[in-house]
Design a protein around this ligand. Structure first.
Ligand code: ADP
Ligand code: GLC
Length: 489
């Protein structure tokens, strides 16, 4: 690798330009951390309307070649508003500026043209990486998740030898970007007969499989998940592909952006506080109870769920658990902030209506509200059937809100279960439960509530949780090592 390699990080969401989940936070913070290490790092993503709204000034606008019949595209070059990392926005208005969400249409349904949208993105990334768009060529392209999965293959077929190296990061094996064969023909990806089996997945083409097969190096977002995805339970059908390339796979834990996600520095916390001076947290709780019309009671355990209402996050099991949780003690409170499954939203709405003053259910996710919840709650419930890394449990810990987790993936790697020994040693940071049933989940929550009723022990637990180092620097250096390996091929 050259002493100061040019790195291009490609993703479909990067905070604050666009976000539907942790991918946006993780990619944004990695880029900022690399820039802080003086790495010459750039971002590339689609020019969605919400991304363009965040940008004050475009430094350069370069015409894109016609991509799969889409004419008039532009590459808009600027910098991120917060970290000032160079940012390239792929502006193909017919693909990225036609209403709806990042991946869903105006009715909330998965867009049928996602393969076309993200294949075009990969073509644009290829041109940018090769230095064909008025920029110097890049030494390495770091792709993230299935949306950018075709990029390594396109680069390989474009220039087999003198091409940028490629790294592909798996943020979630469950989303694979399956493309029916009749659509594949229009994506402009020529395959040799030897390459086709490496893209084919049960009669369709898989963008994720292409990324896993053709990138020079693979990473995923926690060491535990790197092990898990080699098994049938967590591999979502691609465990064999991962196993075959495991010598190229590294698990690197995500960090969190500590300039934003801390109770000392969050712009949205009503009363700042720290591990050493916690009194502001009580004020945050009081304000939150007021805001959510929960009974004003400083000693009531306040349990929170923050996340997507999906099978992955066990939102279905939580719905069964909450009535039991509430029934066992009259002062227990619960707040949910999440959206996703419409049926679950309605069910949580009904739960809140049935328990006025004790349950609040919110479905409009905003960053300020999330920070107020992390600051005001006592316990975070984060059951997951699988969890590549998970950021929410780390945000909670930084805010002194104790997570109850299933020890899978990054949850196992970031949370230390309470036991008499781990508590005494000042190592415990949360609670585990294993069985993915309502009774299993309730068992974990009950252990947390019992300790919450012992203020001295709880304070100790909060102190340890809040003082964990979840900064990005160590992980950014680990990525640099992977980049160096990729460049050596
Ligand atoms: P995942 O990416 O699987 O959803 P993470 O824990 O890695 O899980 O990241 C979740 C991120 O998304 C956090 O920044 C969290 O605040 C945010 N978030 C949580 N719930 C929602 C939601 N309903 N809509 C959008 N973002 C959300
Ligand atoms: C995915 C995973 C989550 C991870 C995030 C960022 O959305 O579900 O566990 O934290 O990506 O890497």
């Amino acid at each position: 690798m050259s002493p100061n390699p040019r790195i291009l990080i490609a993703a479909t969401e990067i905070y604050p330009m666009a976000k539907t989940g942790g991918l946006a936070d993780a990619v944004a913070a990695l880029g900022a951390a690399l820039a802080a290490l003086k790495v010459d790092v750039h971002f590339v993503m689609p020019a969605y309307p919400q991304a363009l709204e965040q940008i004050r000034h475009i430094d350069a606008s370069t015409a894109l070649p016609v991509i799969n019949g889409h004419e008039g595209g532009l590459l808009l070059s600027t910098r991120t508003p917060d970290s000032q990392v160079p940012l390239h926005l792929v502006d193909l208005p017919s693909l990225y500026r036609d209403g709806g969400g990042l991946y869903v249409d105006v009715n909330g349904h998965e867009r049928h043209d996602n393969p076309q949208r993200f294949a075009a993105l990969s073509h644009a990334i290829k041109h940018l990486a090769m230095g064909e768009l008025g920029q110097a060529p890049f030494d390495l392209v770091h792709c993230n998740d299935w949306h950018t999965g075709l990029t390594p293959l396109l680069l390989l077929n474009h220039v087999p030898t003198d091409r940028p190296a490629t790294v592909f990061t798996i943020h979630n094996m469950a989303f694979q970007g399956q493309c029916p064969l009749e659509q594949w023909a229009g994506l402009g990806v020529a395959l040799s007969p030897e390459q086709w089996p490496r893209v084919e997945y049960y009669g369709q083409a898989s963008f994720l499989k292409a990324g896993l097969e053709f990138a020079d190096q693979l990473t995923t977002v926690s060491p535990r998940y790197a092990e898990e995805i080699q098994t049938a339970e967590f591999g979502f059908g691609l465990d064999g592909v991962i196993q075959a390339r495991r010598d190229r796979l590294t698990g690197i834990l995500n960090g969190i952006d500590e300039s934003l996600w801390t109770p000392e520095r969050s712009p949205w916390v009503p009363a700042p506080y720290s591990a050493e001076a916690l009194s502001g947290k009580a004020i945050c709780k009081q304000r939150l109870q007021q805001e959510l019309a929960l009974e004003a009671n400083p000693n009531a355990p306040l349990l929170a769920f923050i996340g997507r209402l999906t099978w992955q996050k066990m939102a279905d099991v939580l719905l069964e658990t909450v009535p039991h949780y509430l029934a066992s003690e009259p002062d227990r409170q619960f707040v949910l902030l999440g959206n996703g499954d419409r049926g679950l939203e309605a069910a949580y709405q009904a739960l809140a209506a049935a328990h006025p003053g004790r349950v609040a259910a919110l479905f409009d996710y905003t960053e300020p509200l999330t920070h107020r919840l992390h600051a005001g709650a006592d316990i975070l419930i984060h059951g997951s059937r699988f969890e590549p890394c998970g950021l929410t449990q780390m945000y909670a810990m930084r805010f002194g809100t104790i997570p109850v987790v299933r020890p899978v993936g990054g949850l196992a790697d970031t949370v230390v279960d309470v036991s008499a020994d781990s508590l005494a040693a000042g190592e415990a940071t949360g609670f585990y439960f294993d069985d993915p049933s309502w009774s299993g989940m309730l068992g974990g929550i009950d252990r947390a509530v019992a300790l919450y009723r012992q203020p001295d022990s709880w304070r100790r637990l909060q102190f340890t949780a809040m003082r964990q180092n979840f900064g990005w620097e160590k992980s950014a250096r680990a990525y640099l090592e992977v980049y160096a390996r990729a460049c050596r091929r």
